[in-house]
Design a protein. Structure first.
Length: 202
């Protein structure tokens, strides 16, 4: 084997294969002091606020919820109860949208259609123009609801329900169907539906 400094073929120098003696020098240490950043308090606070805003989940909106076609109110007294029930259910499910009484009243009035209901709505709007408490008397949904109920009273509903309660029979209905119908009639007659299944007549 050739010694260090001797020439090999074509004059190429050769070296001893001693790994310790001829190991390449280690990489010079990296000075990282110039890689550090200095923040002012204002810059640090701004950075933290930016981080927190990215991590904070955004409150979801219910505007994209899909509903079936809303129930219309045509001015018939028998429609009032179910109409308001559906309105109030929507308000509960979409509290972020119907978050004021005026929005709730306007939505309800937008569902008035037909000659009778439309005439009442126009008259109601004219009356409210002279008031300064919004679309509902006293700024209250309950007051608006009462105004509609008083304008379209369902006369004879209680008496009719009492008569149906006396004559209701299961017939060809299933047990579940009959119990549901019985509870509806019971409620219309002004009775509590809790614990009254004992009065069922099959």
């Amino acid at each position: 084997m050739a010694h260090a400094g001797s020439s090999g073929i074509l004059g190429t120098p050769t070296y001893r294969s001693d790994p310790q003696q001829y190991a390449p020098p280690p990489d010079p240490p990296i000075n990282i002091s110039n890689q550090l950043f200095t923040f002012t308090k204002e810059q640090f606070d701004e950075l933290m606020l930016s981080y927190q805003s990215e991590e904070t989940p955004q409150k979801s909106s219910t505007k994209d919820l899909k509903f079936g076609n809303p129930r219309k109110f045509t001015g018939q007294a028998k429609e009032v109860e179910d109409f308001f029930r559906e309105c109030e259910l929507r308000f509960k499910l979409q509290e972020d949208i119907y978050d004021t009484v005026d929005k709730q009243v306007y939505y309800a009035l937008s569902l008035f259609e037909g000659r009778t209901a439309d005439l009442w709505k126009k008259s109601y709007f004219r009356d409210r123009e002279e008031e300064d408490d919004g679309l509902a008397p006293g700024g209250s949904w309950r007051n608006f609801k009462k105004a509609v109920e008083d304008s379209f009273p369902e006369t004879g509903k209680l008496q009719e329900a009492m008569q149906r309660l006396e004559t209701i029979r299961q017939g060809k209905m299933s047990i579940d169907e009959f119990k549901t119908k019985f509870r509806i009639v019971l409620s219309d007659a002004g009775f509590s539906t809790a614990g009254n299944d004992v009065f069922l007549v099959y």
